[in-house]
Design a protein around this ligand. Structure first.
Ligand SMILES: Nc1nc2c(ncn2[C@@H]2O[C@H](COP(=O)(O)OP(=O)(O)OP(=O)(O)O)[C@@H](O)[C@H]2O)c(=O)[nH]1
Length: 465
């Protein structure tokens, strides 16, 4: 069964704001302890987490969220020994930066925000640029006051660090799976192909450790692209986060054989590494958009566009599959053909629109009366069919009777002047009575013959073939 990564059931807002405060506090502590003494941290996840959560959960983004985040930020600074004035200045800049990014993303269509559109990566870059620029401009004046360094140094350091954090962390928060996501397409991909993309990343890591030099920064790009084509945007952005942070850590510790010659090269390195992640992110978004379009197309092809039940061909295919399986398991299955009685009169007396509405409501009533694993389809016009797997002939008859009675008792058309009552006639056959070599066509023909008799004997009844 598909397990969501993040909780779907929404927390009550006060609890969510409290959680946000605690999360920001913890994220700041992580950033502070990763911070080289007296200067800003390279890894500062708090702002990107705040931006990601505000965009992902619009219900959270109300004034108390900013207050909660501010409490988390300032508390973390105070417990680690910062002065009040420094805590207020730097965290005011943090909040302003995250707010700028939120303003860019907040009104976008949900699918863009959830990285399921090709354009998502560019919007994310725009938001990250805005957030980093605003945060850096608001905070850089603190450099001469608290760090005894020129404000321009802090401007470039803050901007490049923040750009990296936003570009790497926000996609992970936005694309993390939710409980109501459609289950991922179940393609039968052999294990070796599933692990190959991530293995290629590990290989590239090994190769670039040996070769070194500035070009090694891009050695991981083919692996990241392959991952983006093979995995979800969530997994792919998580891998980009790990690879890019590892790149920075590898350069800082000397494991990756490349040392920036000047201070300005550090800025260039950070921005370059960040932008390396943009390509795979764009590919992951485009690939998610394509997968969704294919899913919709497949759904449209397999379902009847008026009633939403299976289309004829899809029902026959599913019936064939079920027949093979349940004949082997010896319980067999039943097939019923259902035809709406005197439907022509509905069209003639109430109009085609009322006829369409009646077909939709009958399909819904039948779907409710059937069991969840029964297959219901529209064969054409006002004729439906259902395949009932794993039932005895007696159980099948009870289900068919339940369907007939549910339609007879369904509420009248809510539109004034619409049809008040509808009934269906049902022809039913069971595979056990048809011989072991009966295929779907044979069962449908027999069910159709039984339906014909149900009509002949007065309609609104079930006849067993
Ligand atoms: N509104 C609507 N009518 C449809 C649709 N498809 C077929 N029909 C109509 O369904 C009617 C079927 O009529 P008949 O085959 O004579 O059957 P009936 O009136 O239901 O009579 P019995 O089946 O003998 O009870 C025709 O008038 C078709 O035009 C549809 O998608 N929407």
């Amino acid at each position: 069964m598909y397990r969501p990564f993040l909780l779907h059931r929404p927390l009550s807002p006060p609890l969510a704001w409290l959680g946000l405060s605690v999360l920001i506090f913890a994220a700041c502590l992580v950033g502070i302890f990763a911070r080289p003494i007296g200067f800003l941290s390279v890894f500062w996840p708090a702002n990107a987490l705040l931006l990601g959560l505000l965009v992902r959960y619009p219900r959270l983004a109300r004034p108390p969220a900013w207050v909660a985040a501010a409490v988390g930020y300032v508390a973390a600074d105070l417990v680690t020994g910062s002065s009040w004035s420094m805590a207020l200045w730097l965290n005011g800049a943090n909040l302003l930066g995250a707010t700028a990014g939120w303003l860019v993303l907040r009104r976008l269509d949900e699918r863009i925000r959830r990285l399921q559109r090709t354009i998502s990566a560019l919007y994310l870059l725009l938001a990250a640029l805005a957030a980093s620029a605003v945060g850096a401009l608001a905070g850089c004046g603190a450099a001469p006051v608290y760090f005894n360094s020129p404000w321009t140094d802090l401007l470039s350091l803050w901007f490049s660090t923040e750009l990296m954090n936003y570009m790497l962390i926000v996609p992970v928060v936005l694309a993390a799976p939710r409980a109501d996501d459609p289950p991922p397409a179940t393609q039968e991909v052999p294990l070796i192909w599933r692990v190959a993309p991530v293995s290629s990343l590990l290989l590239a890591e090994g190769v670039r450790t040996v070769i070194g030099g500035p070009g090694m920064l891009a050695f991981v790009v083919p692996g990241l692209l392959w991952c983006a084509l093979s995995y979800s945007p969530f997994v792919s952005s998580l891998l980009s986060l790990v690879v890019c942070l590892w790149t920075m850590a590898g350069v800082a510790t000397g494991v990756l054989n490349f040392t920036p010659a000047h201070a300005s090269d550090v800025f260039s390195l950070r921005v370059g590494v960040t932008l390396l992640a943009l390509g795979p992110l764009a590919v992951a978004c485009a690939s998610a958009a394509r997968a969704e379009a294919l899913r919709r197309l497949d759904h449209a092809v397999r379902h009847d566009d008026l009633t939403g039940v299976l289309a004829r061909r899809a029902l026959l295919k599913q019936g064939d599959r079920l027949l093979v399986r349940y004949q082997r398991e010896s319980t067999g299955l039943a097939v019923m053909m259902v035809d709406v009685d005197h439907f022509k009169q509905v069209n003639d007396q109430h109009g085609h629109g009322a006829g369409d509405r009646l077909l939709v409501s009958i399909a819904q009533t039948m779907a409710r009366a059937l069991r969840p694993h029964d297959a219901l389809g529209r064969m054409g016009g006002e004729e439906f069919a259902a395949v009932l797997p794993g039932v005895s002939p007696t159980e099948a008859q009870a289900i068919a009777e339940r369907v007939r009675s549910a339609v007879e008792q369904q509420a009248p058309d809510p539109v004034e002047g619409g049809p008040q009552r509808a009934t269906v006639s049902i022809g039913l056959v069971h595979s056990a009575t048809m011989g072991s070599d009966a295929d779907m066509d044979t069962l449908l023909l027999a069910a159709d013959a039984a339906l014909y008799r149900a009509k002949a004997e007065g309609r609104n009844r079930v006849m067993v073939g």
